[in-house]
Ligand binder design. Sequence first.
Ligand code: MOS
Length: 749
Amino acid sequence: MTTHANPHGEPGSNTDASVPVGGAVGRPVDRRDGHAKVTGTALFSAEHRYPNLTYATMVHATIARGTITGIDTAAAAAVPGVLAVLTHLNAPRIRPVRKANIIRDLGPSISGTAVDYLNTDQVFWDGQPIAVVIAENSAAANEAAPLVTMTYREVPARVDFAVEQKNATVAKGDLTFAGVAKKGDADAALATAEVSVDLHYTTPGLQHNAIEPHATTATWDGDHLTVHDTTQSTDQTHKYLAWRFGVPASHVRVRAEFVGGAFGGKFAVWPGTVIAAMAAKAVGRPVRLALSRKAVSWSAGGRTASSNRIALCATRDGQLTALIQDSITRTGSVGGLLEATSSPARHLYGADNMLTRQNLAEMDLLPNTSLRAPGEAIGSFVLESAMDELAYELAMDPIALRMRNEPKTDPTGGKKFSQRMLREAFQTGAERFGWANRDPRPRSMRDGEWLVGMGTAAAYHPAVRLTADVKVRLSDDGTALVQCSFHEMGMGAATVQAQITADALGIGYEKVRVEYGDTALPPGPMAGNSNQTATVATSVLAACAELTRKVTALARRTGTTGQEPATTLRAAHIPFLEASVGSTTRLGALRSQGRFLTTFLKDQRWSKAARGAQFCEIRVNADTGELRISRWLGMFDVGHVINPKTAASQLRGSIVMGIGMALSEQTLIDPRNGRTMSAGLDSYYLPVHADIPPIDVAWLNEPDKTMPLGIIGLGEVGVTGVAAAIANAVFHATGRRVRDLPISLDKTL
Ligand code: MOS
């Protein structure tokens, strides 16, 4: 077995022109969108220009729950340049959110909330947009928005998680994630366990802070709507907008060629997108609505806070006998995601008795949504911290404890693993990191005033495939064009699909062009759940196989077998050949949905996931509690890697996000009134460059035989296990167990 590493960027590791035909997959080619981004020619959603463009700023509610009883827009309307102030009294009407239907389509299910924005006098959270000012320029809109005054009739609101978690109830769950998973009798096993730990961990809410804040530029032409939107889900956004504005889906075009990071925050449709389209309709001109950082915090959901009890039982020699996890997360009356915090506990380690339960507390806050490995980021902190605590109880090496409990089949449900190399990830990782140099006794390693600690944790994120329509065109000049409305949010999506296409067609990498991020193209999947590369590859490979069959037949007829495809096309006097997967006719759309369900069900036969082993070394100042991370290694089992450069960046970026979650990020909500006190970046602490050590990432590069080209998604697995590895290292360094994130310095002293 070989491991593949790609440390620190490798400038100049390739020039695209030197990629040999048939050898694009597996090469660290540069990102195709890189040049446009660093030279500023890439246009983001808030940068598209239209003649007569207007600018909008939203007004946000200042109560958590109640009714708007009075509105005064006179002062705002009097600001020079203001064109309109829309409230529920005068805004265009929209249709209520439609229920999702998995057979037909999931478009409506991506509603961030079910609120009828500016169509209702009801306020459901502090920060809900309740008016919008449209002006000739952004300065006028920004000046006028705070001048809109509202009076309310307030009612008591449920805004304090510490209080509301007492009223949590067991979640129903959905198709892919049950509210409760159990086997055996975990409570009985706990009562008679030889060794056990019974612990409580909490994590705070987190906010989205992609480098590009949410923004929409919307324009109507009759009853045709075009929006440039910061979305990671063009197809569903366009269906959603079509429904809400009561126009055929074919009349709505959603464009998102460039998105500056999304991380789950741009998966659902949030109020800004809908309100921009309403505003454009109202003023009969194009509207740009670019959210401030604070407006993002108020109107685009983030991660729920969580409260988790976990109990682990084992025999003295370290065999797990029972695992219990009870998690409480929040939801809202107008939306919210079931954050699958017990997902790692259900799938990582074998135990005869298991009971995992997801409980939901309904609250009057901006509905929570997906954020950076939803479920697994929290769940891996809980499980992997508890495993470390159990290892100390047993006086066992934490890696040995994990290896002792490697299951043969999935611990919940018993499915076969399509691929599982967690053991290899820990073994090779431990060697590479120098784990053997660790003295396991807490507070035993010291460097002057710095207490040194080493921690480890498993990483886990499920692998899924959705569906994508694609069209591939092969031309007689030797070029190919791939069309699919997938998303390039900075991860190298177009680059890897070009690599895959080039090899599948047997043409040069630089001959392949890829068009994406536009619903005028064949619909692609949402870019979430780390599905996109495998999903699009499935369809790209199918289309390329069809093209290859056609070219082979043509070559036989024209006597050009063995020559380049373009030679064959020219010999046959055919300017181009096309192959498509899916079509957008009514029937075609149904078939695509059928294809999705078939693949989805087929994939369900296996337990599929990306996994890995995180290792870190930290230093805690014995006098001040200051915590510095000095070394990091992530060793991953992520299937076959298409592009080592973009893969390494994805994994590193994810580890940075995990560090933020572990050390500094937290949404602060005023428990008296439900106001987000950490709105914006001035009061929400993201890691900065100086907080991040060199991050070594490597992977085993073993293809998952049940996935196209052996690909397992790797967008999110890097976040998982990070917080636990740090907390475990903190315990090793200081003897202090931190069970409540973030690990601020007061907790390490
Ligand atoms: Mo991800 S949180 O599924 O963008």
